[in-house]
Design a binder for this molecule. Structure first.
Ligand code: PLP
Length: 392
């Protein structure tokens, strides 16, 4: 018998991390590996943000616990900025700040799910959703959307058997980069309302949309008070602040209070210094966000064009947001290379071409790989050259 709990033994190790780990081991052995597997922007955190954190340290904001859900000025800034963006009036007590958006998701699932409660999400999915649902005792039902863009629709939800406690929407989506239109978001909200389901909208990539595409937060379409809509967001992706670990939940006060009760026993509060950094991120000149977004946009356009020019690789629909390209590997190409699956493709690509890209298997969709363009273009181009040579 194992020393470990059945709970954690049931958790699957992350397939994306496995590729990353192998890549790091190869790099440590002196091999020139290009890692296009990461979900973190390659920019340094803007200076004004880091300086606010340094000022917080020098000002002594370090030797006490903050309120569980974060310092009031930060929660107010989040409420204010979100109100400005969505037109939905919000107050600080409808916000809780957590150590990264990932912990917001974890805590939401812990407070909402009872054993056997069903949570529905589209394939491909961000792998942590499934594991977190399991850890909370829920049942993760993943559905293959009928649309070419792999976006969830009410028709997909109609096919699910049994009551749906919660729907997880990731908009813009990791790994596909697809963005849901206003009408598509509304249709899902209506379905959730009609079935008394909660709708969790993970909008962590909300500021990263490209080529004129507009992002519609679910908040634009629905009030938070007394509702079953829950929003997750944070500074990790759009401000290049993954290492600071600041994310948040926006939800009805009662949900926030329940989350804070639990967080009080888990983290007590997110790191105080990071909270001051996040406060600066939301309140300083936002030009740096636009600059990073514009850089991602030009990378998307160049990388997409070059990727789909590689024989045997294709993308169902050009991404409109986030910073990933989820591309298909033709069966003919796999056969030609003598590979059984995209998992094998990813392993061979790493071993032979020294390019790390996680396989779709880790996202519930074999046959694909997920390339992250959160790398400078020169590095991406070198990786694409290596992939081209590898497939030929
Ligand atoms: N949600 C999605 C879809 C993500 O891709 C990520 C990060 O990879 C997160 C949430 C977690 O963000 P954070 O770094 O703030 O925990």
């Amino acid at each position: 018998a194992s020393d470990f709990s059945k709970r954690t033994q049931a958790v699957q190790p992350s397939a994306t991390l496995a590729v990353s780990k192998q890549a790091k081991q190869m790099a440590a052995a002196g091999i020139d590996v290009i890692n296009l597997g990461v979900g973190e922007p390659d920019f340094t955190t803007p200076k004004a943000i880091s300086e606010a954190a340094i000022a917080a340290i020098k000002g002594g904001q370090t030797s006490f616990y903050t309120p569980v859900g974060g310092i009031l000025p930060l929660r107010e800034a989040i409420a204010e900025q979100t109100t400005k963006k969505t037109g939905q009036a919000l107050s600080a007590n409808q916000v809780t700040v957590t150590s990264g958006a990932k912990l917001s998701l974890y805590t939401i699932l812990q407070v909402l799910l009872n054993p056997g409660d069903q949570v529905v999400m589209p394939e491909p999915y961000w792998v942590s959703y499934v594991e977190q649902v399991r850890l909370a005792g829920g049942v993760a039902t993943t559905v293959k959307p009928k649309t070419a863009a792999m976006k969830l629709t009410p028709a997909d939800l109609d096919d699910v058997a049994g009551p749906v406690k919660l729907i997880i929407l990731n908009n813009p989506a990791n790994p596909t980069g697809q963005v849901y239109s206003r009408a598509e978001v509304l249709a899902l909200l209506d379905w959730a309302d009609a079935h008394d389901s909660f709708l969790l909208s993970d909008e962590i990539y909300g500021q990263l949309v490209y080529n004129g595409q507009t992002f519609t937060s679910a908040l634009v379409l629905k009030k938070i008070k007394n509702s079953r809509l829950i929003i997750v967001d944070g500074v990790s992706k759009s401000y290049s602040m993954t290492g600071w670990r600041i994310g948040w939940t926006i939800a009805d006060e009662k949900i926030i209070a329940e989350m804070n009760k639990l967080l009080g026993h888990m983290t007590s509060n997110p790191a105080a210094v990071s909270q001051y950094a996040a406060l600066a991120a939301l309140t300083v000149d936002q030009k740096m966000v636009e600059d990073m977004r514009a850089t991602f946009e030009s990378r998307l356009n160049e990388t997409y064009a070059k990727l789909i020019a590689i024989p045997g690789l294709s993308v169902a629909q050009k991404p409109e947001g986030a910073f990933y390209l989820f591309f298909k590997v033709d069966q003919d190409l796999l056969d030609k290379l003598g590979l059984k699956s995209t998992l094998d493709f990813a392993t061979a690509l790493l071993k032979q071409a020294h390019v790390a890209i996680p396989a779709g298997e880790g996202f519930g969709m074999p046959g694909y790989l997920r390339l992250s363009y959160a790398q400078d273009q020169e590095t991406i181009n070198e990786a694409l050259d290596r992939i081209m040579a590898f497939v030929q």
